[in-house]
Every structure is written in C-alpha cells, then in structure tokens.
Design a protein around this ligand. Structure first.
Ligand code: GAL
Length: 414
C-alpha cells in the first residue's frame, strides 16, 4: 500500500512536471545533412509548439563517432547535454556508468513496453529501467540506385552477388561511376555489414559480429567477404577518400553514379532533393540479404541532472514516442517507426518495404544488430573492426592478412 502511494506521488509529480512550463533542451546529435536536418526540424517544431526551446549541439560525422568524443569531453567537464542521440551499446555503456536518467515512470504511464519492439528494448533499458527514448529503426543492408541510369543500361535489380558484379561492370563500361562511396571508416563498415551477411548468411554474421567467435572471424568465409570488399573497391571512383556519405548519395541523385550501399538515411537525401521512389530512384536489399535486416535504432538518452528526470527531458521523450511524431519524423528521415502500432499509410514505397521487412525479419529471427552502427558489440570492439576493414579497403592488407588482423584486433579489445 505504502509502495503504491509512493509511486502514485511520483506519478503525479511527473505528470505535473510534464505539464509545467519547461526549460530548454540541449540536444547533442549528428544529424547535419540536408535530409537529416529536415527530419530534425520535425522534432524541433514539435517541441517548440509545446513552448520548449531547443538548443542545438550538432557534431557532424555520420555514424556518430565524433559526437561520442564530444559527449565524453562534456561529461568529463561536468557539463553533459540534456539529451543525446545515441546508438545501441553506447547507451548501455553510459547507463552502466550511472549517467542516464531513469525514464521508467514515464514509460509506464505511456505503455512503452507494449509497443516498442523487443530488439530495441534491449538497448533502451538497463537493469529493467528505461534509460532512452527510441526514435526510429534504420537498417544498413540497403542499396540505392538511380533508376534512369539503370534503365538506360538495361540493368535489372540484382538479386545475387554475381548479378550485382555484372551490373557494376556494365555501369563501369558506360563510363559512369558504378558505386558512389565515401571512404570513411564507418561507411566502409556499413558496406561490410551487408557484405558479411550476404557472403556468410545470418548464422555466420551472428557468430562473427555478435558472438565474436574466433573461428568465424578467422574463417575462409571471412576472407571471401574481404575479397568481395576488394571487388567493391574496384568500382568506386578515384576521389572516394574522405567523402561524406551524403555527397556520395548526391552522386546517385545526380546520375553521376549508379549505386550506393548505405543505410536508409540515404532516402532522406533523395526526398530532400524532391526525388520519388520507383520513379527516380530504387531501394533494394543488398543482393543475398533479401530476408535479413541489420538494424540500427537512433535513441535519445537523457543525462541525469538530479534524482528526478527533468521536465523538459520528459517532454522530449513523450514527444519522441508519440505515434504521430513517429510517423511524421520517420517519413522524412528514411527510417521506420520505433513503435509497432504506427500505420504505414503516410510512408512511400521504400518506407512501406522497410516496415514490412522489419516485421518479417523480427518474426523469423532474421533481425540482427548492425556492427557498423554499434548494435552488435561495444565501441571498443566496433572501432577495432573499423580499423581493419578500412585498412583493407585502402589496400594496406590483402584479404588473408585482414582476416588475421581481425581476429587479433577483436581478441585484444573484447
Ligand atoms: C547513423 C544514424 C542515422 C544517420 C547516419 C548518418 O548512425 O543512425 O540516423 O544519421 O548515422 O549520419
């Protein structure tokens, strides 16, 4: 009885807090491209309409590596931002340090447990407590194509690795760039997610990246995956090094390149440029991964400012989890909702496919966390894998050496 009364009081306090005049939120994020900024404006607008000010703290750099470095510096200086865009294991790492606010009362009031997919809850909860608000579900095993370029060259959507290589060859022969790619470690790793899944299949991907099994990491299958990365490398243009991902997407949008392998945030760039799926561009799963989804979900973690979650933090979390926001935001961002009860009506063809793929993959056990985006292993391991993949992509190692380096790097960092 006493326990009930205490939690009722806490509930009432929180309710009053969320209703009261809130402070500004300071939000650290890496959504700086045109499509990402357009999506972020949906969230800013939502909060501003509730009278909550938005202090923007953007840290450019896809995948969030730089943002996480800035975050560490801010926390070390004793001045963490109110809310931080975060992925997978990073959320759990900060929760273990006791840095994140407890969102359990809010989550209970709003019934998050019943609507957020289990795969996301694994990263949104620590010790049974909600510590972050899931914004979306992205996935990394997509290919984006310029439809006019494919039509002109008579290229059908490739469904196997061999068909894909034949398509790349046909584009190269036409004088265009076959693959638009940005040579940054996280982008190389994003391609590697799909290549490893396609080369070895679901169980292999899990053994290598989730279980960090040495036999899988050191196998001939892994060597084959590196060989395929070498094939991909032979179809990118000479200026790929250091290029930002959205500039690579622009090459496909403009018809300078045929394909980009990238998560579905790339769709936000196409939409921002006024392009329409199936008309101007195509989205399809990386050949050989049609049944699988390698996901990454953006979440906003709230840094604890005191014993109670801040009222502006609660308001932000409530806004993020609302079904109408989940639809409006994800339609623009290229991702799909982080709730299972949102209609697909407002979504375009790629969004509808993304939602259907996610549902099917979750039901069949084919939904697995993205290594490249921090949903397979902690940052220390992820970064060690990045280093090997990038060094190989840039010709520092052949495939056999890359396999050896991978085993060693994971052993040292896990
Ligand atoms: C991912 C993030 C996406 C997108 C992408 C490129 O890590 O989950 O939302 O922003 O980086 O910046």
């Amino acid at each position: 009885m006493r326990k009930l009364a205490t939690s009722m009081t806490a509930l009432a306090t929180l309710f009053i807090a969320t209703q009261a005049q809130a402070e500004d939120v300071e939000v650290l994020h890496w959504w700086t491209s045109g499509g990402e900024a357009a999506a972020l404006n949906v969230l800013k607008g939502d909060l501003e309409s509730q009278g909550i000010g938005w202090q923007d703290m953007p840290v450019a750099g896809g995948g969030g590596t730089q943002a996480m470095t800035v975050l560490r510096a801010r926390v070390t200086a004793g001045n963490p931002p109110t809310a931080v865009q975060m992925l997978g294991f990073d959320i759990l790492d900060w929760a273990k340090e006791g840095a994140l606010a407890d969102l359990n009362i809010l989550a209970g009031m709003e019934g998050w447990d019943a609507v957020v997919p289990e795969a996301l809850q694994q990263f949104a909860k620590h010790d049974g407590k909600w510590v972050s608000a899931p914004v979306n579900v992205h996935s990394t095993n997509w290919v984006w194509a310029n439809k006019a370029v494919l039509d002109e060259l008579g290229i059908a959507v490739p469904t196997t690795w061999d068909e894909f290589v034949a398509a790349l060859e046909a584009v190269k022969a036409s004088g265009k760039t076959a693959i638009a790619h940005g040579g940054q470690a996280w982008q190389d790793a994003t391609v590697f997610d799909a290549v490893v899944m396609s080369t070895g299949g679901l169980d292999f991907y899990k053994s290598a990246f989730i279980d960090l099994d040495e036999d899988a990491l050191g196998s001939d299958t892994m060597k084959e995956a590196f060989d395929r990365m070498g094939v991909i490398r032979s179809y990118v243009d000479d200026n790929f090094s250091g290029r930002d991902w959205n500039l690579a997407t622009a090459m496909v949008i403009n018809g300078d390149a045929a394909f980009q392998m990238m998560g579905d945030w790339a769709k936000g760039e196409f939409l921002n440029a006024g392009k329409v799926p199936d008309q101007d561009f195509l989205c399809f799963r990386f050949p050989g991964t049609q049944e699988q989804v390698t996901f990454n979900a953006d979440q906003f973690a709230m840094f604890a400012q005191g014993p109670e979650v801040g009222k502006e933090q609660a308001a932000l979390a409530t806004a993020i989890l609302s079904p109408s926001f989940q639809s409006a935001f994800n339609v623009v961002k290229g991702s799909v909702p982080a709730r299972t009860d949102v209609s697909n009506e407002a979504f375009d063809a790629c969004g509808k496919k993304g939602m259907a793929d996610l549902k099917a993959a979750a039901a069949s056990g084919n939904l697995v966390g993205s290594m490249a985006h921090g949903h397979a292993n902690p940052a220390s391991v992820k970064n060690a894998i990045y280093d090997v993949v990038t060094a190989h992509f840039n010709g520092e190692y052949d495939s056999a050496a890359a396999v050896d380096e991978l085993v060693t790097a994971v052993q040292i960092n896990k």
